[in-house]
Design a protein around this ligand. Structure first.
Ligand SMILES: NC(=O)c1ccc[n+]([C@@H]2O[C@H](COP(=O)([O-])OP(=O)(O)OC[C@H]3O[C@@H](n4cnc5c(N)ncnc54)[C@H](O)[C@@H]3O)[C@@H](O)[C@H]2O)c1
Length: 335
């Protein structure tokens, strides 16, 4: 598959390298409004063309599939532009900024007959894969609770301006980092959320939330809690999964360990190159989807993540817990 990358920001290098190292793919084009950024990413793939208008790239005949790696509100229109031209689409997380936009993306890609996958990278991180394998093999017994805690930085000036525009980003710390937490919490918790309660903080004069906490009840019976905190004294990325027989902790810098009956066991140490491994595995999954496989991250799951971020904002604004409505399965939504 000849891949075109739209958006050459923070993780462009990982996407570009994945396309270059994977058998069966090549990065043939990069587009960014910022031509210098596009050139930097394109330099990772000798011969890759550079564009500053994504439609010109899509019409160039140089790409068979695209990675949409742009500000959140652009995910939908760019995915549809690609689908309209018969190109497969891998969209960075979050899928979109509203559930309605997720539905429009699903319908547009289905109607065009192109493959769609959402880049929920957590499912491909080697530490999370090792942790999930252990849970799936019954190593902790039945999962009863998940606790996820991550730091971030939403002080204005610490990241590009669009992250602070509610219209473009769809939200702050919870839409961005909280989306990763919701993704992996649901994955490890083995269900969809039926109830959600959240609080948010808007510090530093920010128009989007800088911090947030979410409490969830899943239909699997699992209770979960998520906290995303800006600029704390210690950087944190720590997922804890509580099973009837033991507790697992996973983090990209700390590795994976389990504690069963007072005994600690290291399951996996962090390794150099883990982030790139995750992006390469994610692209390999996208290739398989284009060949007809089901995506490792179900599209209904990606839509549910967006739904829960939006519900967390409603809960925070209303000061009360909310029931999460049932949704029709992906593919059966009325047009
Ligand atoms: N998977 C992960 O771990 C991970 C990490 C960081 C960001 N992300 C996601 O990646 C996406 C991009 O975030 P980022 O941090 O790279 O942002 P960024 O601001 O660093 O990069 C976005 C790029 O898109 C470009 N752009 C904006 N509008 C464009 C347009 N109309 N046409 C072409 N290019 C355009 C900008 O010039 C910029 O270079 C977001 O969805 C974000 O949530 C994922």
């Amino acid at each position: 598959m000849r891949i075109g990358l739209i958006g050459a920001g923070a993780v462009a290098g990982f996407h570009a390298t994945a396309a270059e190292v994977l058998d069966g793919t090549a990065l043939t084009a990069v587009c960014d409004l910022d031509e210098a950024a596009a050139r930097r990413a394109a330099a990772l793939a000798p011969g890759a063309a550079v564009f500053t208008d994504h439609r010109a790239m899509l019409d160039s005949g140089l790409v068979d599939g695209v990675i949409v790696n742009t500000p959140h509100a652009l995910h939908l229109p760019m995915a549809l532009d690609a689908a309209d031209r018969g190109l497969h689409v891998l969209v960075e997380k979050p899928m979109a900024t509203t559930v309605a936009d997720c539905e429009t993306m699903l319908a547009g890609c289905a109607d065009a007959g192109v493959s769609l996958a959402i880049g929920h990278i957590q499912h491909f991180f080697p530490d999370k894969v090792a942790a999930h394998d252990l849970v799936a093999s019954g190593g902790l017994g039945r999962v009863v609770m998940v606790r996820d805690h991550r730091s971030t930085d939403y002080r204005p000036g610490t990241r590009p301006d669009w992250f602070f525009s509610p219209e473009v980003s769809g939200g702050g710390a919870l839409m961005n980092i909280g989306g990763h937490c919701l993704d992996r919490t649901l994955w490890f918790g083995g269900g969809r959320a039926v109830e959600i309660s959240a609080s948010t903080a808007h510090r530093f004069g920010s128009a989007v939330e800088t911090d947030g906490v979410i409490s969830l009840r899943l239909d699997s019976g699992v209770g979960a809690s998520i906290a995303v905190v800006s600029d704390p004294p210690t950087r944190v990325d720590r997922l804890a999964v509580v099973g009837e027989r033991g507790v697992l902790e996973a983090g990209p810098r700390t590795g994976v360990a389990v504690q069963v009956d007072g005994r600690r066991r290291v399951v996996r140490e962090p390794e150099e190159g883990d982030i790139q491994r995750a992006f390469t595995a994610q692209l390999a999954d996208f290739l398989a989807v284009a060949d007809g496989a089901e995506p490792s991250v179900p599209l209904a799951h990606a839509r549910h993540v967006v739904e829960l971020v939006v519900e967390s904002y409603r809960s925070a604004a209303g000061g009360a817990a909310r029931r999460v409505p049932e949704r029709s399965p992906v593919g059966s939504s009325p047009r």
